[in-house]
Design a protein around this ligand. Structure first.
Ligand SMILES: Cc1cn([C@H]2C[C@H](O)[C@@H](COP(=O)(O)OP(=O)(O)O[C@H]3O[C@@H](C)C(=O)[C@@H](O)[C@H]3O)O2)c(=O)[nH]c1=O
Length: 174
């Protein structure tokens, strides 16, 4: 069985993971994005029970959202986006630390995000498909929303005036 290639990040528990198979030939590509047995063999035994996608145009920014119980495994199915993850656990020494990642349909990377972290992404290609697996059913009332440009967090974004939903635009600074 292929061993999963996993890289640690500056955020405790946040991992960058290569696709178990990323094959290209004259026809195009074939990607095995998630394989339960290979993930479990690497110690990543989260029980994912929902798959979600969102599609967005260039410079749309969704987030920063999170909750206290959900693990997410984020990938880019099409195009490219910049993903920011922030530790939002007041009990953690890394509280408010953030890191950014570029995910695309060429690097085929996934990012594993533990509970008590916020995530947001901004689309860099003309269109992109954001995909994630999650360990809980959607529960809007348990989610927190952070302002993407909150100076108290200081996330760097490659786009300074992104397109936002009303929810993401109206959220106050912390
Ligand atoms: C997140 C979610 C939304 N929905 C619905 C609710 C609403 O009618 C519609 C659009 O929802 P939103 O405007 O909240 O979508 P969006 O702003 O894209 O929210 C998402 O942002 C990214 C960054 C995440 O990581 C997700 O967890 C989620 O918070 O989709 C579901 O049915 N299931 C879900 O799991």
């Amino acid at each position: 069985m292929t061993a999963l290639k996993v890289r640690e990040t500056t955020l405790d528990g946040v991992l960058v993971i290569e696709a178990p198979t990323n094959f290209e030939d004259f026809r195009g590509s074939y990607v095995e994005l998630y394989n339960r047995d290979i993930y479990h063999a690497a110690g990543l035994t989260q029980d994912f029970l929902q798959d979600d996608i969102s599609t967005s145009g260039r410079h749309v920014l969704r987030g920063v959202h999170g909750d206290g119980k959900t693990w997410k495994l984020v990938s880019c199915l099409y195009g490219s986006f910049y993903l920011a993850v922030v530790n939002w656990d007041p009990g953690s020494p890394g509280y408010r630390r953030w890191e950014g990642f570029t995910l695309s349909d060429s690097n085929r990377l996934s990012v594993l995000i533990p509970p008590r972290h916020g995530n947001g992404h901004v689309v860099m290609s003309e269109r992109a498909i954001f995909h994630y697996k999650q360990t809980t059913q959607y529960d809007r009332s348990s989610q927190f929303t952070l302002r993407y440009d909150d100076p108290a967090i200081g996330i760097w974004w490659p786009v300074k005036t992104p397109i936002l939903s009303r929810r993401d635009d109206e959220v106050p600074h912390v």
